[in-house]
Design a protein around this ligand. Structure first.
Ligand code: ATP
Ligand code: MG
Length: 336
């Protein structure tokens, strides 16, 4: 197997409190993650789990109150936590492309789509403007923007939300990065468009040999878009493995709950399953399993000791119990 492109090791990130009487909030608590060249990895978890903070920690682009307490972020053999802002800008602009949830955050409202694409292309390729124009047009065709010659002369606000996000994908790919990090890239779009844009992003990364770290709270949306899947809960990865295997043979009760909550796991007319309870306040977490309070299988040990990540069949999970849920038939292949 090829050497990882990105390796995050034992990453701890906290928000520092502004007041002495308030404790700091430890959000990322020992995150380990690897992305290999050309691999598509999904990071899934509910709101507040720390997915966006992990993404911004990788590219070292977070607000001033967030601090890395411990850990390493190695990308293309460089330790990103040790680089200065100029070196980081080079990596962010060229080797790692970012796609955010809101297409307007990704695009400059005062430049046409063509001007922005040309900027990307000319920043790293020694070609004429005319040649760059041809490449830009090709990129827009790749992302299926209708009438690309006309669209590229327009400003972002003149495009629909779906077209804007397609233009963002074209721009990210135009940089020819080694990795694209896409944080909820389709959540501003309607449901049918979400699946289509997600498929397109995943397919183009695969075809161009670009690794993808795709972040979502929706397991069904990323199931077909990823080779491997990591499940995040309260600032920790609780289960990871090849996506198909993980979905068909989930070990961690939280992953099992996420799968049970998928719409096609409930019969028509039946109320959608919801994992009971809420994610704990991050500052409240002690040395225990952070899912214990919501877990129907929890035993004494779950409240006394934090479980470690351990191999289980095709994947890894951190759970003391690892009980199979009665509701899921182990022989049934889930089709998402
Ligand atoms: N400035 C801040 N100060 C303190 N805590 C913060 C701050 N910003 C974020 N947090 C906390 O960090 C945690 C992780 O936030 P993050 O945005 O990474 O979650 P997420 O998994 O991306 O959620 P979502 O799915 O809603 O985007 C949350 O619990 C949030 O309350
Ligand atoms: Mg987020």
């Amino acid at each position: 197997m090829s050497k990882p492109l990105l390796t995050v090791s034992d990453l701890h990130v906290s928000f520092m409190s502004r007041w002495q009487h308030e404790p700091n909030v430890d959000v990322l608590r020992g995150v380990n993650l690897q992305v290999r060249r050309g691999e598509r990895v999904a990071l899934v978890g509910e709101s507040g789990a720390g997915k966006s903070l992990l993404a911004t920690s990788i590219i070292q682009l977070f607000e001033s109150s967030a601090h890395i307490l411990k850990g390493r972020v190695e990308f293309e053999r460089q330790e990103l936590t040790q680089l200065n802002s100029k070196q980081l800008r080079q990596i962010r602009g060229r080797r790692i492309g970012m796609i955010f949830q809101d297409p307007m955050t990704n695009l400059n409202p005062s430049l046409t789509i063509e001007q922005q694409l040309l900027q990307c292309i000319l920043s790293h390729r020694n070609i004429s403007r005319k040649e760059a124009h041809i490449v830009a047009l090709h990129k827009l065709r790749q992302v299926h923007i209708p009438a690309p010659e006309t669209r590229m002369q327009q400003y972002p606000h003149q495009l629909s939300a779906g077209q804007r996000q397609r233009a963002t994908i074209a721009m990210a790919l135009a940089l020819e990065p080694a990795l694209i990090i896409a944080d909820e890239p389709t959540s501003a779009l309607d449901v049918t468009m979400q699946a289509e844009v997600m498929r397109l992003l995943s397919h183009l990364c695969n075809n161009n040999g670009v690794a993808l770290l795709i972040i979502s709270h929706d397991l069904s949306l990323v199931a077909h878009a990823s080779d491997r899947c990591l499940i995040m809960y309260a600032g920790q990865i609780v289960e990871q493995g090849p996506t198909k295997m993980l979905i068909n043979d989930a070990q961690h009760p939280y992953t099992q709950g996420l799968i049970k909550a998928l719409p096609n796991m409930s019969s028509p007319g039946q109320q959608l399953y919801q994992i009971p309870g809420q994610m704990p306040q991050l500052q409240e977490l002690q040395q225990q399993c952070s899912f214990a309070k919501r877990c129907e299988h929890a035993e004494d040990i779950c409240y006394r000791q934090a479980p470690l990540m351990a191999p289980h069949g095709t994947h890894q999970a951190s759970c003391h119990i690892l009980a199979r849920p009665a509701e899921l038939d182990p022989d049934t292949e889930l089709t998402l």
